[in-house]
Design a protein around this ligand. Structure first.
Ligand SMILES: [Zn+2]
Length: 327
């Protein structure tokens, strides 16, 4: 097999036509990999590989008529002339990097990635590869997150102060991933915790997958005002229980590094807790993988590629539509 026989295309996801395979396509495809259960990575494909946890979370959130094929991490499956395997990505429960091993080289696609150790997802492992496709959500030097333990301490101080002032703290985080990280992080504080019904449902799936959490209840009209509420960022004031009067709100997001974040999100406080790698982590990850070529996708792809080149890593953004050879 020659390099020209293994083209790599960007077409609303990564397309490997040699194997009839798409990685994280946003359009419905005959055969795909779903790296994790966030809705911007999921479509109703005829056939898709994913981890068992992702399968469980995807089917909890939407009806899937196609076939999902669950693969344990690191198990190789033949996709017709190449081996496919999934590796922990550290982003949310079940999130996976995809490794494609061909006769001419190894391609690693990170999907959404977090390399700091989280509380609710298996830590990401750098997998050696010849070609790396790296997500670039926070691929700009401004996005250097502080230590997660310090952020959690600041969040818990803020919650304690809010309760002492007679208000109910409301923490906003995505229903899948961030919400469960926040819940786990508050474990030692002994807060009464109530989860928005959407977040509650996803958290129950996490528990069914073996994740252990501090006590929590489903938010409802009997929720005590002395609770800490965790809600998705899309929640409205009308979603608050009638038992709750005064609230203070905080958003937990990597975008908190932007000075205008608090004002833009219309909340009382913001804290930089992310389920993505920050700028330094992305750069270190690319160096660890040691690929001959690194392609950046999504987010600040141009800027991250530029900074990687300055560090001696051969890198370029992968744009659509574009055809490149794997080696
Ligand atoms: Zn994601």
């Amino acid at each position: 097999m020659t390099a020209a026989q293994v083209p790599l295309l960007w077409d609303q996801g990564i397309h490997l036509p040699t194997y009839g395979l798409w990685l994280d396509p946003t359009q419905v495809r005959p055969r795909a990999v779903i790296s994790h259960a966030h809705s911007d990575h999921v479509a109703n494909h005829a056939f898709a590989y994913c981890t068992a946890e992702t399968e469980r979370l995807v089917t909890h959130r939407r009806a899937m008529t196609g076939r999902l094929h669950a693969l344990p991490y690191r198990e190789r499956v033949d996709v017709g002339g190449a081996w496919l395997s999934l590796w922990p990505a550290g982003h949310v429960l079940g999130s996976a990097q995809t490794l494609i091993e061909t006769d001419v080289g190894r391609l690693l696609y990170t999907g959404d990635l977090k390399t700091r150790t989280g509380l609710t997802a298996q830590p990401a492992e750098p997998v050696p590869a010849d070609v790396l496709v790296l997500e670039s959500t926070f691929g700009r030097p401004r996005y250097r997150f502080p230590d997660s333990a310090e952020v959690v301490e600041a969040v818990t101080r803020w919650c304690r102060r809010t309760l002492a002032d007679g208000a109910t703290p409301v923490l906003f985080g995505y229903a899948l991933g961030k919400g469960q990280e926040i819940l786990s992080a508050l474990w030692t504080e002994g807060f009464a915790i109530a989860l928005h019904p959407t977040l509650f449902g996803v958290t129950e799936v996490y528990r069914e997958c073996g994740q252990v959490f501090p006590p929590y209840v489903r938010m409802g009209d009997d929720t005590s005002p002395n609770s800490v509420l965790i809600m998705p960022p899309t929640s409205r004031t009308a979603d608050l229980p009638s038992s709750i009067d005064a609230v203070r709100t905080a958003m937990l997001t990597g975008w908190a590094m932007d000075p205008s974040c608090r004002q833009r999100r219309g909340v009382d406080a913001v804290f930089p807790l992310s389920d993505h790698a920050d700028f330094d982590e992305l750069c270190c990850y690319a160096e660890h993988v040691g690929a001959t070529m690194t392609y950046t996708v999504l987010g600040f792809d141009d800027e991250l590629a530029l900074h990687l080149r300055r560090r001696g890593v051969r890198a370029a953004p992968l744009r659509q539509p574009q055809q490149l050879s794997l080696l």
